[in-house]
Design a protein around this ligand. Structure first.
Ligand code: GLU
Length: 326
């Protein structure tokens, strides 16, 4: 049976399974919402949604999946894809590495030898990546970024101005990182334009359903399964998924890879996306975070989904040697 047939056969039970997960974890109130960007502190901390979109466009979802929130760090995945398309893998590697850090997402640390930020999923690497997005001026760069998100989501997107200005006026740590990278020639002037575009990208509004479609697009060779539009060149999917796998879950990335075993990215507004190549995209939204910055309910739900559906990429059980022949 193919993966698609498997998924179709189990579709009603998949909806029941995520409904059960929703009710199981709804009473879980551990964790706290991110407050260092003042606008984020205003969120209703009890919101909770789970969405799954298959590469065939089947949708399974429960909870507040239409609730909009700012995408925050999950945007880094998609900005990285755009930068790869703009410059190619070799050039991007000279500016941003692909090594996990084991440090917090906002650590002010660069690779000692190369002076590159460690990877595009931590703030320093994401700021460097975004500074490479092509365009004649800030408006064109922002428009190209928004068009890219639109292809992944399948509708018009917008930047939440309150969240953008809130981070712009308080994001001194990100500003410090940008200046450090300027000092080492890893990003170019004008710094404020690069930071503005980074803060805008983090303030793009999405809902949990959108995030699952975006994850499903990455699972589907870069083609949005709902609109059939190519959102990113298939040639860069493996680059994107590799850094998600090793660096996407802050300083929990190793344990996540070990336990859940699929490429993922989380953001401090409470979203998590996970990509099951050639099968589906998963998204969970719940704003209360653990000490590493990952959604508490989001991690639990993904752990259970991975176990129940056998999603771990290195899951070998059930495969016969004969299936590898010919
Ligand atoms: N805009 C946030 C920052 O740069 C994103 C962080 C995150 O979601 O991890 O601090």
């Amino acid at each position: 049976m193919t993966n698609q047939e498997d998924l179709a056969k189990n579709s009603s039970s998949l909806q029941t399974f995520i409904d059960d997960l929703y009710f199981k974890y709804k009473p879980l109130h551990d964790g706290v919402v991110a407050k260092y960007i003042p606008e984020l502190a205003k969120v209703d901390s009890d919101l909770f949604a789970i969405s799954i979109v298959s590469v065939n466009g089947e949708v399974y979802e429960v909870g507040n999946y239409q609730q909009l929130f700012t995408i925050q760090s999950i945007s880094k995945v998609f900005a990285y894809g755009l930068a790869l398309e703009d410059h190619g893998r070799d050039y991007i590697l000279t500016r941003v590495g692909v090594e996990p850090t084991g440090d917090a997402f906002n650590a002010i640390v660069l690779d000692e030898q190369s002076k590159r930020p460690y990877n595009p999923m931590v703030n320093a690497g994401a700021i460097a990546t975004t500074s490479l997005i092509k365009g004649l001026d800030p408006t064109e760069r922002l428009n190209r970024m928004l068009e890219m998100f639109q292809k992944y989501i399948g509708r018009d997107v917008f930047v939440d101005i309150s969240a953008f200005t809130s981070e712009r006026t308080t994001g001194h740590r990100n500003r410090a990182m940008a200046y450090l990278m300027l000092n080492f020639g890893m990003i170019d002037k004008p710094i404020d334009e690069a930071l503005d575009l980074y803060f805008q990208q983090c303030a793009v509004m999405v809902n949990c359903h959108d995030l699952a479609v975006m994850a499903a697009t990455l699972a589907n060779k870069g083609i949005n399964p709902m609109t059939k539009q190519q959102a990113v060149s298939s040639r860069y999917i493996k680059d994107i998924l590799s850094v998600m796998y090793t660096c996407g879950m802050y300083n929990f990335a190793g344990e996540w890879a070990y336990k859940v075993g699929i490429p993922a990215k989380s953001g401090i507004s409470g979203g998590i996306i996970a990509v099951v190549p050639n099968k589906m995209g998963i998204a969970v939204f719940s704003p209360r975070l653990d000490t590493r910055g990952n959604s508490v309910r989001g991690v639990k739900v993904c752990e259970e989904l991975s176990q129940h559906l056998g999603l771990h990429l290195f899951e070998c059980s059930g495969l016969e040697v004969s299936q590898f022949r010919g």
